[in-house]
Design a protein around this ligand. Structure first.
Ligand SMILES: Cc1ncc(COP(=O)(O)O)c(C=O)c1O
Length: 307
């Protein structure tokens, strides 16, 4: 009798869906590779034969564009330097002894920077954020994306995104030991198929990455599409990360106007949004970015960020 009970308990423990938080066999093989190799393979820049890391797709397309005098649609690379007034202000800020521009900022970023981001979100989208706890400064959007994935996607989990996607998603997912799975944005409309997205959710899914306005298709997700994505996240206990670096680069005639994910009903406690001055002000080399979200999610991402 006791033996039967013990066997039943063992069987239940082994078959219970712990898998939601457990590594799959492929992830365990994946995780046995060194982190740099995982990340490079995740970004499709690892050459197995030579063991070398190859230039990224962006480096390759930009070099080819320059070589042939072609229009560079491959990388979000501005045609001009940023506005002169902005560069002048930056030069004055680093040139003054009044500081504190040249020294370490606090971990979340300088208060004036966080207040400026909170003001921006209020003015453009009507979203009220506490600059103390709901805004974090990052080294470009890429650090915000990296820190979010490392903080919010467990090893062995799956991350869903629409394809094509910014190559760093694949690199960081691999670094985190997560699997990046994709749902295509299909021509000619390149609208997100939210039914296909939900069908791709499994017990291991931890995050949905949304890039809107989308690079490279220019698709701006509508409010209804974002509401559906947030609803999927809520029902399946997922976090949404919205990469909104192109928020001010919406093509004339786009189907809808951009709104931040945090303005979507129900997103407050399940979503984070990523922004950057690089694209909006044509200063991609500055690498000034930010993360916004609930105090709880921002706190978790801060835990995995470098500062
Ligand atoms: C969709 C997307 N997100 C983020 C970035 C990078 O932003 P940042 O330069 O602020 O790190 C890029 C750059 O091309 C991009 O295309």
């Amino acid at each position: 009798m006791w033996l039967a009970v013990l066997a039943a308990v063992l069987w239940a423990a082994m078959t219970w869906p712990w898998t939601r938080r457990r590594s799959s066999p492929s992830t365990m093989i994946w995780m046995s590779q060194p982190p740099w190799m995982r990340a490079a393979a995740g970004a499709n820049v690892y050459d197995q034969e030579s063991g070398r890391v190859l230039p990224t797709i962006y480096e390759r397309t930009t070099a080819l564009g320059q070589q042939h005098g072609a229009v560079n649609l491959g990388q979000g690379f501005p045609d001009q330097e940023g506005p002169a007034w902005l560069r002048q202000l930056a030069a004055e800020a680093v040139g003054t002894d009044a500081g504190p521009s040249n020294q370490y900022p606090p971990g979340m970023g300088f208060p004036w920077f966080r207040e400026a981001v909170a003001d921006h979100q209020q003015r453009w989208y009507g979203v009220a954020l506490d600059p103390q706890t709901q805004v974090m400064h990052t080294t470009g959007a890429t650090e915000a994306i990296t820190a979010s994935i490392l903080a919010l996607a467990e090893p062995g989990s799956e991350i869903l995104t629409f394809e094509p996607f910014y190559d760093s998603y694949g690199a960081v997912a691999a670094l985190a030991g997560a699997e990046l799975r994709t749902v295509p944005l299909r021509a000619p409309g390149f609208r997100p198929d939210t039914a296909a997205l939900e069908a791709a959710v499994t017990a291991r899914t931890s995050m949905i990455l949304v890039n809107t306005p989308h690079n490279p298709t220019g698709t701006v997700f509508t409010e209804a599409e974002l509401e559906t994505i947030v609803d999927i996240a809520r029902r399946h206990d997922l976090v949404v990360m919205a990469d909104e670096v192109y928020e001010h680069l919406v093509l004339p005639g786009a189907d809808s106007s951009h709104r931040t994910i945090l303005s979507i009903r129900g997103a407050e406690d399940v979503a984070v949004a990523v922004g950057s001055v690089g694209k909006s002000f044509a200063v991609t080399g500055w690498k000034v970015g930010w993360l916004t979200g609930s105090a709880d999610l921002v706190n978790r991402v801060r835990g995995s960020s470098s500062s």
